[in-house]
Write a protein that binds this ligand. Structure first.
Ligand code: G3P
Ligand code: CA
Length: 260
């Protein structure tokens, strides 16, 4: 695929484990990331923020309420030392008690050869220099990491600073209940992706994405990834339509369910 990755091992649809193997293990922890690699996923997606002391950590929500020990403390107001004391595993299962919030720099060394980490930036462009430093220090090959973000400003800055990295702009289309129209229009998504020099789009999976839709994206020389699909029928439909990758909470289950 044009803006997708094109190594022989990944010619089939790329399976990306959403927040790690998050159906089975606590999302955005080393346990869920490593479990996803063990399940032979092609990619792992994580969410990242900058801590108060400018460390890049993996976490999804803005606060600690759901997955960080139950308080309403905000992640960006905590130092790394404070975050490291929290239990990010018990909410999922007592088996994961004491699982910590990981640094990006702890996740980067886990990426196996031929696989890649999708780093979703959940904060603003202030993270970019720190991201560049972490990636450089880890010495990962450029094709072992990529960046995704809903913020087009972040995508643009990442691409400017690290042109060798693939960047996919996250967006979503919604169907208007009254008019039946899908917004934003695909043409407008393509235009924005091109204007920020993104390598592709990463969209919410929906019924509008069919072979013609995929064709239109590919003609614009962009890759197309979709999130978050746990239903085998929907995954097969999207794979047949030609998407480059599918993000799922259940990488092994979905890989098995995809028609060969
Ligand atoms: O892969 C994109 C997807 O993760 C975006 O939604 O809320 O799960 O971060 P969210
Ligand atoms: Ca995400």
């Amino acid at each position: 695929a044009s803006g997708g990755i094109n190594t022989p091992a990944l010619q089939a649809v790329e399976i990306v484990a959403h927040r790690g193997a998050s159906h089975d293990a606590p999302e955005n922890t080393l346990a869920s990331v490593n479990l996803a690699w063990e399940k032979n996923t092609d990619g792992v997606e994580i969410d990242v923020y900058l801590s108060k002391d400018n460390q890049i950590v993996a976490f999804h929500d803005k606060t600690m309420k759901r997955t960080g020990g139950g308080t309403d403390l905000r992640i960006v107001d905590q130092t790394l030392a404070e975050l490291k004391k929290l239990d990010a595993g018990s909410w999922k299962s007592p088996k994961y008690k004491g699982e910590q919030i990981p640094l990006l720099s702890e996740i980067l060394p886990t990426i196996p050869e031929g696989k890649r980490l999708f780093i979703e930036v959940k904060c603003g462009p202030e993270i970019v220099p720190f991201l560049k430093a972490d990636l450089k220090k880890a010495g990962r090959k450029a094709d072992q990491t990529c960046v995704i973000c809903f913020g087009s400003d972040v995508c643009r800055d990442v691409k400017q600073e690290m042109p060798e990295l693939k960047v996919y702009w996250l967006s979503g289309q919604r169907k208007d209940k009254e008019t039946g129209e899908w917004t934003p229009k695909l043409e407008s998504l393509i235009e924005t992706a091109q204007s920020i020099h993104a390598d592709g789009l990463d969209l919410n999976a929906n019924e509008k994405i069919d072979a013609e839709f995929v064709q239109q994206v590919k003609q614009a020389n962009l890759g197309l990834y979709v999130w978050t699909v746990n239903n085998p029928d929907e995954a097969n439909r999207l794979a047949k339509a030609g998407v480059d990758g599918i993000t799922t909470d259940r990488p092994a289950f979905l890989r098995d369910a995809l028609e060969k």
